[in-house]
Design a protein around this ligand. Structure first.
Ligand SMILES: [Zn+2]
Length: 404
């Protein structure tokens, strides 16, 4: 049994001062003011020292961390990544693949599968996210164009059968076969997410009518407003902002989107329809330098030219393609995403945390067991200070990271 006491406990609606959380057998047993919770004999007690006690962060889009690369496809890659992100407060994650030959994607899924049931000090693997390869070449971004192709149900269905833990598939809905893919995913309870897409408003309407419910990294890898002669045609960006049936995610590394665009997304969608992610790569949590993202050269630095709305913040690193023409994933962890929302966007800690916990849980069908501190839910807790520096990460009632 584990009792976390003397904390500012974050519920989705408020902060309970001098609050406590009791976890037994990996499951939350009680949450509330600490005076209302009796310490069971023999319980391990953590004094949070007045820090925030939050539901564990849920990361639903990440390609690596701590040198571990999901496409590296070894058990060690997956665990390294789970450890690196636990240091950033993540307790549950969906390792995410990239556009690659299908055999490589299958190898990554086998590695993700191999970790299930293993004991390690890191975030829990609660599924997988296939980002690609069914994308529009016109919106490849940092996905390797060599491996981008049209949806193929005969190819993907056996993979969905073999790896039932796949929770989300990101694809471009305007491609031939993409609507059938949306229907298939929806039938299986897998989140179909619009990504790396050049769709028009009409295409997006059809996507929603055929099972797509989410949009991957809004503003990145998606079409915007076009004009044909006198007439304006909404792209994916405007469609995501205006269609209530779609949820979305923002890459909140402090570089991808300037504060004005993040405010625009929240204004249009409302807080309950938007989650934050890092979309991190293997270099997350490592030093600046040169890295590789599935065959593409990437540079990690903290340089920002002074004319941009996003300002240089020493130590807030960014990953770009080597020619600096585009961002390439990120090197953030979720503590940075929460910090971005409080420091750059001006949200309260309660709202910023919600975008990293309850909202991603809801979007990905996990809100009955994660995303809030509720008796009966997974004993996943992140303890952090006023600067959103993570002090402790607790997964299933076990401390997996402790700041020294
Ligand atoms: Zn992407």
């Amino acid at each position: 049994m584990l009792l976390i006491r003397n904390g500012r406990v974050i519920t989705p609606i408020r902060v309970i001062d001098r609050g406590a959380v009791l976890i037994e057998d990996g499951i939350i047993r009680s949450v509330g003011p600490e005076d209302d919770i009796t310490t069971p004999a023999g319980a391990e007690v953590i004094d949070a020292g007045g820090a925030y006690v939050s539901p564990g962060f849920i990361e639903t889009h990440l390609h690596g961390g701590g040198g571990g690369d999901i496409m590296g496809a070894t058990t060690e890659d997956i665990i390294r990544c789970a450890q690196a992100h636990a240091r950033g407060g993540v307790t549950a994650m969906l390792p995410t693949t990239l556009a690659a030959p299908m055999e490589a994607i299958v190898r990554a899924l086998e590695a993700i599968e191999s970790v299930q049931g293993m004991e390690y000090e890191g975030a829990a693997i609660v599924g997988a996210h296939l980002e690609g390869p069914y994308f529009n070449l016109a919106q490849a971004g940092a996905q390797n164009p060599e491996f981008i192709k049209n949806p193929n149900l005969e190819e993907i269905v056996p993979i969905l059968d073999r790896f039932p833990f796949i929770r989300r598939v990101s694809a471009a809905p305007e491609l031939p076969g993409a609507l059938e893919l949306g229907q298939e995913l929806r039938r299986r309870g897998i989140v179909a997410s619009i990504a790396h897409s050049d769709a028009t408003y009409d295409d997006v309407i059809k996507a929603v009518e055929n099972g797509y419910t989410h949009a991957t990294h809004v503003f990145s890898g998606m079409s915007g407003l076009r004009r044909i002669n006198a007439y304006r045609i909404s792209g994916v960006i405007e469609s995501v902002l205006v269609i209530d049936e779609l949820t979305t995610e923002m890459i909140a590394d402090g570089h991808h989107l300037p504060p004005s665009l993040m405010r625009l997304v929240i204004k249009a969608k409302g807080l309950n329809q938007v989650c934050v992610t890092t979309d991190a790569m293997a270099a997350a949590g490592l030093d600046p330098g040169s890295y590789e993202l599935y065959g593409l050269k990437v540079v990690v630095e903290d340089d920002v030219a002074p004319e941009f709305e996003v300002k240089r913040r020493p130590g807030n690193y960014v990953a770009k393609l080597a020619d600096r023409s585009a961002f390439a994933s990120s090197v953030a962890t979720m503590d940075q995403a929460v910090r971005t929302m409080t420091e750059l966007v001006g949200l309260s800690v309660v709202d910023a945390v919600k975008m990293a916990t309850l909202i991603p849980a809801r979007i990905h069908g996990m809100a009955h067991e994660r995303g809030m501190l509720v008796p009966g839910f997974a004993g996943d807790v992140t303890v952090f200070d006023d600067g959103i520096q993570v002090q402790k990460t607790i997964v299933g009632g076990k401390v997996v990271y402790s700041r020294s």
